[in-house]
Design a protein around this ligand. Structure first.
Ligand SMILES: Nc1ncnc2c1ncn2[C@@H]1O[C@H](COP(=O)(O)OP(=O)(O)O)[C@@H](O)[C@H]1O
Ligand SMILES: [Mg+2]
Length: 375
């Protein structure tokens, strides 16, 4: 049997346990609310917002204080979220999992997954909470793996067939040039015109095959530590002269203090040339091409080059296809430029990201630091 003093001690113990528990739960809640990758929205039994985490505020662009105590429906309307991502049926116990919500912010589109749960007190619903998870990065990763698999297959086909096409092409071209000369000696100008059409079409096939060959892995790649700036510096004259034809202004922002990467110089030149060419082609009639070296605080092991244009942008339904081999919206395009870029950058352990709106397009090439790759 316990005496009184033992009972009191026991009571104190229970009390301090629950205080401690409450303290930890409060700290957990605070920590949870400030997580970057996951957002929480807490609602009362009237569907009014009780608490909201910073992640959601910044993603949707508003101040926390402005919407606390507001009804969730009003909040959806102010954000033009139609249809509403969830409704009051949640408070009747209609919970949900993995509901998808797409959100565009600062040119970046975010894919969010929402889980809705109810809170109960003595069996009665007293409110609800919704978890927002940003899964955009996971999806990008998945998409990149799919793309690189597809590219590998194409690379194999390219390696097998491109040379077979190119060799007869060279022969045809040679004989056409001879024919051209023979026709010119006989003053057959009309026939000569036909031959020149054949020659220019041959040139096009040749360009296509050359790009196709780039898709297959070149035999000799030399990986050396090199700065992105060195590569950009070497191709800038080419980009500037192309830009001039299209009345495009080129702005280059170097950042010499960035660490080196490990890459094949010629290959990476090809990447930036393709991206620069696309940007310029998107601004026919004038615009500004910005090439910027930079690094991001959330990417401590990688350096980046941003290629931004003020072209007409890429509509969402086109955006998901731009890296597909042979996808092109240009009458004379090959649709291989971005596939080649993707292939090269991926093989070097980097990645390419794209974002676009009516104001223009930005391609970002991210490459790991040389020392991060060597160990
Ligand atoms: N900077 C850009 N602005 C607008 N659209 C672009 C841009 N870069 C690429 N694209 C789109 O992606 C498509 C594929 O590009 P790419 O693979 O280089 O092939 P191509 O340039 O031969 O069409 C282009 O046809 C175009 O529709
Ligand atoms: Mg191109």
């Amino acid at each position: 049997m316990m005496d009184d003093s033992a009972l009191i001690a026991e009571g104190n113990h229970v009390n301090s346990e629950s205080i401690k528990q409450e303290l930890y739960i409060r700290q957990f809640a605070q920590g949870f609310l400030s997580l970057e990758g996951i957002g929480v929205l807490l609602l009362d039994s009237e569907f009014r917002i009780v608490e909201i985490s910073e992640m959601i505020c910044s993603l949707f662009g508003f101040n926390r204080a402005d919407i606390i105590d507001q009804s969730a429906e009003l909040w959806f309307d102010s954000l033009s979220l139609h249809p509403h991502p969830f409704d009051r049926s949640l408070l009747e116990g209609k919970t949900f999992r993995n509901r998808v919500l797409n959100r565009k912010r600062d040119k970046h589109s975010h894919k969010l997954m929402l889980d809705g749960e109810v809170l109960r007190e003595n069996g009665m619903v007293s409110g609800a909470f919704i978890l927002f998870r940003d899964v955009s990065h996971l999806l990008t990763l998945e998409e990149q793996i799919r793309r690189s698999d597809r590219l590998k297959t194409i690379g194999q086909i390219a390696a097998g067939t491109a040379h077979e096409i190119r060799n007869p092409l060279t022969a045809i071209k040679g004989f056409m040039q001879l024919l051209n000369k023979a026709l010119s000696d006989r003053d057959m100008s009309k026939e000569q015109e036909f031959v020149s059409i054949v020659l220019s079409e041959l040139e096009r096939v040749n360009d296509l095959v050359s790009e196709f060959l780039l898709l297959s892995k070149p035999k000799e790649i030399k990986l050396v530590p090199i700065r992105m700036g060195t590569i950009l510096h070497e191709i800038l004259p080419m980009i500037r002269s192309e830009a001039m034809l299209y009345k495009v202004t080129v702005l280059y922002y170097p950042k010499p203090e960035l660490p080196s990467i490990l890459a094949d110089k010629e290959q990476l030149k090809q990447v930036f040339l393709n991206l620069g060419k696309n940007a310029i082609e998107a601004m026919n009639g004038g615009g500004t091409l910005i090439i910027r070296e930079c690094s991001y605080p959330y990417e401590p092991d990688r350096v980046a080059v941003e290629i931004c244009d003020t072209g007409s942008g890429i509509p969402a339904e086109v955006l998901e296809k731009v890296f597909d081999p042979f996808f092109t919206t240009k009458p004379l395009g090959t649709g291989l430029g971005l596939s080649v870029c993707q292939r090269i950058v991926h093989d070097l352990g980097g990645s390419i990201e794209v974002s676009s709106d009516e104001g223009g397009t930005q391609f970002t090439v991210l490459m790991p630091h040389a020392d991060a790759r060597m160990d």
